[in-house]
Design a protein around this ligand. Sequence first.
Ligand SMILES: [Mg+2]
Length: 188
Amino acid sequence: MALIACDVDGVVADLNKEWLRQYNRDWNDNLRNEDVTAWDLHKFAKPECGVKIYSYIRTPLIYDKVKPYPGALAFINKLKESHKVFFVTAFVPEQKGIKYEWLLEHKFIEHLDEYVEARNKSLIRADWLIDDYYGNTKNFVGKTVLFARPWNIKYPERCLSYTEALSKITDVEFRKEYLGEKEVLWKK
Ligand SMILES: [Mg+2]
């Protein structure tokens, strides 16, 4: 059994869909998820909007509209059959605890023990980190799944689906537990 830290936005919560919907409505644009091919969303917004695009995620209200990605809950439940899973998410002060409520509402968690807020995820101790931000997977001390999204397209070794993420974790953990392979060989 491995201890798995799972990110929220971009892995199980489709924040960008609602974020772009609100931005497109207010700034008369047609920005799509697949257009956002790097982490800094403001670079894809209209120049007159720029960094104002981040104001949308400085309000807790946006999570009333954010939906889970299709298949996300089934993926987490499958992981929980063999591993201990908790969620780790960055936050702004205006959103303290909001994603805990969201995860609870959408049945990803049942208890506060399954939830951690941390901007610096390299401080988290777990066997795995599943995240869509390369900066987080790059600096994590354990094994990682970089979950494929348009904004991390330039990085190698992404998992393209929940099925692929599940098989990567299952394969590595099997080899470690039953074949005795050294963890270091499978770090990334
Ligand atoms: Mg994320």
